[in-house]
Design a protein around this ligand. Structure first.
Ligand SMILES: [Zn+2]
Length: 330
């Protein structure tokens, strides 16, 4: 029997949580009772491992926290229409999420269950793997993700807005004219010809972007200010150490971006529907996450992306390229 798209999606989520529950089973005893762990100095100590941080990109954050993809935030109760605004709503709580899902499971009709879940922006996953894990609040554990939220998210949007305003030919010409500098990549053909731009390529573009748009036709002062504040946020978010003062600079950069961002709508680079996408909202949680979990290099997904080469690209190359998923899994 073929499943509908929604049912297939739900079945996939339930399979993921079932697998994760098996993987995390040992935490149910290790977290409260402790487990002997060998430290870097060779000494054996009693450790109490808990799920404190879950580093993932946005689709996986939604999957892990059972929140509705593209409709809300995995960490707070912000609504879809508020994602582009400079607000944070009440934080989500694991206990409340599991209570809501449990309540939905007890409804006799699917439509009633869906109504209960929709109000809370949740999906029907009856046995989420984090239910019952000691000292775990899965919503709190979701951390910033520099690679997907900033370089592959907001920087990608910013580049496309600037290309619309300034024009591909003019912006490319400006990138081509950049002088050669040690450590800075020269885009000798501009940036419009790039396909599937990677995170490291966006990082190189960011080094030159502001210099390339100053005094450009189609980029008035508001555009320069908004670009500058977003690039400031990007840099400060990656500091290797922080104080309350530097976190203040981070918040200030976000304040400045929000006060200038409408220029992209007014000039037609962004659709009038606005900025209601989750990656922009996620920036609201950066300062607090850094306070709680340390600097963003501790949980950047860029390190684990490297495993895509071993686990997917190499595996794909080793297959006969036909019905490859099963061969890769084996
Ligand atoms: Zn939020």
């Amino acid at each position: 029997m073929d499943l509908s798209a929604d049912s297939a999606c739900l079945a996939h989520a339930q399979l993921f949580h079932h697998a994760m529950r098996i993987i995390t089973t040992s935490l149910h005893t290790a977290s409260p009772n402790g487990i002997e762990l060998i430290g870097g100095d060779g000494a054996v100590r009693l450790g109490f491992p808990v799920v404190a941080v879950y580093a993932a990109d946005y689709p996986e954050q939604a999957l892990v926290t059972c929140t509705r993809y593209m409709q809300t935030c995995p960490k707070c109760f912000v609504s879809r229409d508020e994602l582009g605004e400079h607000v944070i709503q009440e934080p989500r709580n694991q206990k409340e999420s599991s209570r809501t899902i449990h309540h939905a499971c007890q409804q006799s009709a699917r439509a009633c269950a869906d109504a209960v879940l929709k109000d809370h922006g949740l999906n029907l996953i009856p046995d989420a793997f984090w239910i019952g894990l000691p000292h775990c609040n899965i919503h709190d554990a979701i951390t910033p993700d520099i690679l997907h939220q900033l370089y592959q998210g907001l920087v990608r949007h910013l580049c496309s807005w600037l290309q619309t305003l300034i024009g591909d030919a003019e912006l490319d010409a400006r990138f081509k004219r950049m002088p050669r500098v040690h450590g800075v990549r020269l885009f000798s053909k501009g940036i419009s010809c790039l396909t599937q731009v990677s995170g490291p390529e966006h990082r190189e573009i960011c080094k030159q972007l502001l210099g390339c748009i100053v005094d450009a036709p189609g980029a008035p002062a508001g555009v320069i200010r908004a670009t500058c504040s977003l690039l400031d946020f990007l840099e400060i978010a990656q500091y290797r150490s922080h104080t309350e003062a530097t976190l203040g600079y981070l918040v200030d950069a976000l304040d400045r971006f929000h006060s200038d961002k409408d220029v992209f709508i007014n000039l037609g680079a962004r659709s009038p529907e606005g900025f209601n996408f989750e990656k922009l909202h996620s920036l609201e949680h950066y300062a607090d996450s850094i306070r709680r979990f340390g600097t963003t290099d501790n949980y950047n997904t860029e390190a684990s992306e490297r495993l895509h080469i071993d686990y997917t690209k190499d595996a794909y190359r080793a297959s006969n390229k036909k019905e490859f998923l099963e061969q890769m899994t084996r």
